[in-house]
Design a binder for this molecule. Sequence first.
Ligand code: FE
Ligand code: CA
Length: 534
Amino acid sequence: MVQNLTAQQLDRRSLLRGAVAAGLAVAEVPFLHTRPALAQFKDNPFTLGVAAGEPAPDGFVIWTRLAPRPLLGRGGMAPVPIEVKWELANDPAMQQVVRDGKTTAWPELAHSVHVELGALEPARDYFYRFRAGGAESPVGRARTLPAPGATVAQFRFASAGCQGWEGGFFTAWRSIAEEAFDLVVHYGDYIYENRHVTVDRQGRPFPRTLPSDFPLCLNLIDYRRRYALYKSDPDLQAAHASCAFLASFDDHEVVDNWAADSDRRNTPPEAFLFRRAAAFQAWYEHMPVRNSMLPHGPNLLAYRLLRIGNLADLAVLDTRQYRSRQPCGDGFHSQCVEADEPNRTMLGGQQERWLAEGLRAQQGTWQVLAQQVLFSRFDWRSFPWLKAPDVEIRRMDTWDGASAGRDRVLKILQDVQARNPVVLTGDLHMGMAIEIKDDWNEPNSRCAGVEFLATSISSSGDGSPTVSNADALHRHNPHLKFIDNERGYTRHVVTPKTWRADYRVVEKVSVPGAATSTRKSFVVEAGRPGLADA
Ligand code: FE
Ligand code: CA
């Protein structure tokens, strides 16, 4: 059945139950009579495109937001509810409509709508669009997941994230759109919270800049305008219209390197949590996620598990909300005893238990952890900009800052006899392929799984295929099989026998429309963890 409830409707429903329980006639609940306005728009309200997300075997979420003037605080909308119609069809021309309905865009949620569609057929394409007033949205495509337990010949998806506006053009999103993937896994940094700046740290002008009145994001209006700007990008809109996304967030959806209730400038937790609440509300308003992911104040339940037939179990993790604060004051450290303290965590106890339970009931050949920051142990010495003595250096914002938390996740994978663990990561603005080792100090120890880091869509600007001191990096990290400093995304082609990862790179992002190509490909054979050149 179609679930199509906004928060307020949910509230009304429970209120209605309350009213019935209290013996009141339904008609006496006064605001049940309010009707959303049937607006007429002078300007196109669908400036932010459409999106789908959270695919299941029987449905997905479809999203849009009405914003005729997207960069204004209220998107150019009057503060009244608006009726939005939606249609679902078999074909991109929307000739064979299989389902339609109405929902309400509430001003409290920036006139965004999240329609949860159910009772659809597994493993097939659907197309959708919205109407409001006299206006019609673009058409989006989404594909349902394979049926539970079904044998899946192939599943194709992208992992991507880190789309800094100033870094350059979203050509990688255009390329993703052309692939018509089954799914996009977004690892976070969908927006960056920084104020308007025109030049990078070296004083070079950015390829594009925020409008000059864009401040550091602190409150709800700041974050809303930021999402509106990013989502105004035609390449990003094309990617969203091309397939369903699985959205997660990392740090920049709130602020650089936040951790639980803390940020880097020692804001009191009670103050910081107001910022986190505003950031999460804006995130929810702009992502195609389920109503169950509505934030409650500063809290948002973002970890979840998808089963892709009998091919893969895919857990989306939240490595920000429940983590221990970065040890030793964050940054890079050669000696930080705190990082290895046994009580430290990236997921928190509850999420760790949830993960163990979810993986114990695994159905797939591949066990996928879709998450945000570098999972594998990594020695950063010899990165030129560190200028450090020749000793091991670890980065405190990654799982190296909570090694006991990583050990517990590896123990879970072992305990549940996960056959083929694959960790998906982003954050570093570099592509990497890594073998996860039973004993990080012993290059010949068993390979417990693989980690694929997707590079950034645009953050850090034009890159280069070579990383300086790459030889030394490989020497100090024998489990590192590939590192690349270009912009792009990772394409994953998964079958019951093999997992293929293609590192897709954009020639440059400082100009629009540059060429995309494959820099490197790896194959993992099911049952034989380890990376082989494709
Ligand atoms: Fe980033
Ligand atoms: Ca970061």
